[in-house]
Design a protein around this ligand. Structure first.
Ligand code: 1CP
Length: 360
């Protein structure tokens, strides 16, 4: 395991709720289509999947936003759907339509055929990318590895792609709950193996994206998403040494469950903009770090408006505790979009660092 501390370790310190000189900031989908250099690499590669499956290209695009902005972390360039792809579902992309699976899960027989993929074979390209990125980062900032949550992965596996109403997975949840639990359990084992392998390859923090947890009614969330997130947090913790690799649980629409998520064993909870950081900090009561939560659409405003919203967000977090920013990782409440202006991203990153300096 590669455990050396990066020169800029503010992300790792904030995740441990230790004081930092300035609040760390990284942005979900920081490598992506809003950057012209990303579009150029993608054109050269021919497709998103070639880019994700070629370690040299994945490394190149991972580093692109760091060359432009003073970000405090790199996030592995990959996708959450690599895991179901490695489980044999056949991931492909249709231009303008997003990801799809050739063989979605539709029956009990489909579920029974699923197995945890071999990380050194089917997902070796991801681990090779992690190792290469660590080498190229040369200790500048930490590298975040990630996975989708079991519920969110199951959504894509059963729907066969993106969905507006989640009709197929919700029908399975209602009519065949034991079958859905069986699938979620296998996917959870795969997620734990995947995150452990990324950690062994050099990822210094890990994030689970529960993008679709918020489409569930509370009793369904507590039955079909939360227990699996908790199992991931507990199992990863058990497999970790003294030099613990922090785990961030990000969820869209997870505000109703902040207390329960803070008890999951994770180090940090990532929240969207439907809850204030003041409330998120108060309700998690210093038990975990908090990550978030600017509405990504703020980036459509002017740089002056962006700075204003960043300051409000920082002040909100400070007001939820002892007046400091300790334990805050600044991020958006969800990912950047392709039509966002890189100069506005620059203004955001600078505003976070300026607004949080010597604040503790
Ligand atoms: O056309 C392109 O270039 C592909 C667009 C794209 C990109 C840039 C996809 C397809 N995936 C990615 C990269 C990606 N995906 C990262 C890279 C690291 C980063 O810079 O943040 C990460 C962390 C993801 C994770 C991911 N993929 C999530 C969870 C985060 C989120 O946004 O909620 C989800 C839901 C996906 C599925 C996915 N992959 C791609 C698309 C367009 C989608 C969404 C499909 C849908 O439901 O409509």
């Amino acid at each position: 395991m590669v455990t050396d501390t990066p020169r800029n370790d503010s992300l790792l310190r904030a995740l441990r709720r230790e004081p930092v000189d300035r609040t760390p900031v990284w942005l979900m989908r920081q490598a992506g289509r809003y950057l012209p250099e990303y579009r150029a690499t993608r054109a050269r590669a021919g497709s998103f999947l070639t880019m994700a499956k070629t370690p040299e290209l994945a490394c190149e695009v991972t580093l692109q936003p760091l060359a432009r902005f003073d970000l405090d972390a790199a996030i592995l360039f990959s996708d959450i759907l690599t895991v179901p792809d490695a489980m044999g579902l056949g991931l492909y992309f249709v231009d303008g339509e997003g990801p799809k699976f050739e063989r979605p899960i539709r029956s009990a027989a489909d579920v029974e055929r699923l197995a945890v993929p071999d990380m050194d074979r089917e997902l070796r390209y991801v681990m090779d990318a992690v190792r290469l990125i660590r080498r190229e980062l040369a200790g500048r900032v930490p590298l975040i590895g990630f996975s989708g949550s079991p519920w969110t992965l199951a959504c894509y596996m059963i729907e066969g792609g993106g969905s507006d109403n989640f009709s197929r997975i919700k029908a399975m949840m209602l009519d065949q709950p034991a079958l859905l639990h069986r699938l979620l359990s296998i996917v959870t084992d795969a997620v734990i193996a995947y995150l452990s392998a990324q950690r062994a390859a050099g990822a210094q923090a890990l994030q689970v994206f529960d993008t679709w947890g918020g489409v569930l009614a509370p009793h369904h969330y507590r039955e079909f998403s939360l227990p699996y997130l908790t199992r991931i947090a507990r199992d990863l913790l058990r497999g970790d040494g003294d030099d613990r690799t922090p785990l961030i649980l990000f969820g869209k629409g997870n505000a109703p469950y902040l207390e329960e998520l803070a008890d999951s064993g994770a180090d940090a909870i990532g929240v969207d903009w439907l809850v204030s950081l003041e409330e998120a900090r108060r309700r998690t009561d210093g038990r975990v770090a908090v990550q978030g939560n600017l509405d990504p659409a703020v980036l459509y405003g002017s740089p002056a408006a962006i700075c204003n919203e960043v300051r409000r967000t920082l002040a909100s977090y400070a007001a939820g505790g002892d007046g400091t920013h300790t334990g805050l990782v600044f991020n958006l409440g969800h990912g950047l979009s392709p039509d966002m202006n890189p100069e506005h991203v620059q203004a955001l990153v600078e505003a976070v660092h300026e607004g949080s300096r010597r604040s503790w």
